[in-house]
Design a protein around this ligand. Structure first.
Ligand code: GLA
Length: 391
């Protein structure tokens, strides 16, 4: 079991390491990864989501250079890349530094010329695990340059810029959820977001429960075509209703009553995708009320229904995720369990009574190892603050 807390200071040697590399003092920022409690694949349908920022984060040490070079070192990859700010690549190279380039280009368009800079990146968000390592890197880079150039930008604009970089430069058509929570997360709180208006509310998580994240160790990839296929299927469903009901712009505008009236005319796959989105939006709204009134049993039940809907209607779960959820449910003190993030691998999120966490983790890890031969990683998480300067 890996008990991870949310550090609000850089790991002690980041600044020293930067000094060794560049002989300069640096400014430090962090941006967290996230886990989504409920509301999956709803963000790009202008629906509702309910994520939490977690203690895993990307940290960056940054300082100005006198020239127009960007010198970026990734500790995780043990690699350094140099770019000329006046000749940044126009297309991605399928390399970790794509995220840096994508953000820098957009930021220059939005706030004007950026200074040359040295950057040292360090991250502990597990990659390909559905915990938003990419969004955390994007937001950290954006914050780092804003701090460095003494400019400010509204949180919503930062999230939108980072999403745009991922959509247009990196080429993954993600929604707004991951970047939004990485910017706006709050310690001990979950964030219920309306992805149409971008209005949100922060709801406290009761102190006697823990978010336990179980990593199937099967990597997922957003670039993998399935995510984009789901998006296209949802667009097809929205288009179907737009042709029949005035005023429908996205699946957000379609009610279950509309669905019942017309679903007989839809093809099987589109009907199922649509059913997931409509019911998932309702579940997120109910989950918000459940958390507000402290009704964790209801919250957990909605998580279970969400998983079933993702498995059966949206078809983005996997054998390993289903197994992990099933193993979780067999334990006392578990309110709810479901896959989290884009799917096809990655992690489950579990709401577990604090005093049962240790047993839960032991049992689930043993059961998963026995059935699959893989040792899962299990992270016990607290809701963390969003991106910011590090002490
Ligand atoms: C990924 C995307 C998000 C969201 C989830 C599914 O994490 O980046 O925008 O669509 O999948 O809920």
């Amino acid at each position: 079991m890996n008990e991870q807390t949310a550090p609000n200071r850089a790991s002690p040697d980041l600044r020293e390491k930067f000094r060794e590399l560049h002989g300069q003092d640096s400014l430090l920022v962090q941006a967290p990864g996230r886990v989504n409690l409920i509301g999956e694949h709803t963000d790009y349908n202008e629906g509702f989501v309910f994520p939490v920022a977690i203690g895993f984060q990307t940290q960056i040490a940054i300082a100005k250079r006198p020239d127009r070079q960007l010198v970026v070192t990734s500790e995780n990859y043990g690699e350094r890349v140099d770019y000329d700010l006046d000749h940044l690549p126009r297309s991605p190279r399928d390399h970790w530094s794509d995220y840096v380039v994508g953000i820098v280009e957009l930021l220059e368009q939005k706030i004007g010329s950026l200074p040359g800079a040295n950057l040292l990146l360090r991250g502990n968000v597990p990659q390909g695990a559905g915990l938003s390592s990419s969004a955390s890197l994007e937001v950290a880079v954006c914050k780092a340059f804003l701090e460095l150039s003494g400019k400010s930008m509204e949180g919503v604009s930062i999230a939108l810029l980072c999403q745009q970089a991922e959509n247009e430069f990196v080429g993954a058509r993600c929604g707004i959820m991951d970047q939004f929570i990485s910017v706006h997360g709050k310690k001990n709180h979950a964030l219920q977001l309306d992805c149409r208006s971008l209005e949100f509310r922060l709801l406290p998580i009761p102190p006697d429960v823990r978010l336990v994240i179980c990593n199937t160790m099967v990597k997922h990839s957003l670039a993998g075509g399935e995510y984009n296929i789901r998006r296209a299927e949802c667009e097809a469903a929205a288009h179907f209703f737009a042709e029949r009901i005035p005023g429908v712009k996205s699946l957000r505008d379609v009610t279950l009553k509309d669905f019942e009236m017309f679903s007989g005319q839809m093809t099987g796959v589109i009907r199922k995708r649509c059913h997931h989105i409509l019911t998932e939006n309702l579940r997120v709204l109910r989950a918000g009320d459940a958390l507000q009134t402290g009704d964790l049993r209801l919250f957990g039940r909605l998580m279970g229904e969400s998983h079933a809907s993702l498995r059966d209607d949206f078809e983005v779960s996997s054998e390993e995720l289903d197994l992990m959820v099933q193993l979780a449910g067999a334990n006392p003190g578990v309110y709810g369990a479901r896959m989290t993030g884009g799917g096809f691998g990655g992690c489950t999120v579990n709401l577990v009574e604090e005093k049962r966490v240790e047993n839960f983790s032991k049992n689930v890890a043993a059961g998963y190892k026995k059935a699959t031969g893989r040792s899962p990683e299990i992270y016990v998480s607290w809701a963390a603050d969003g991106a910011g300067r590090l002490a």
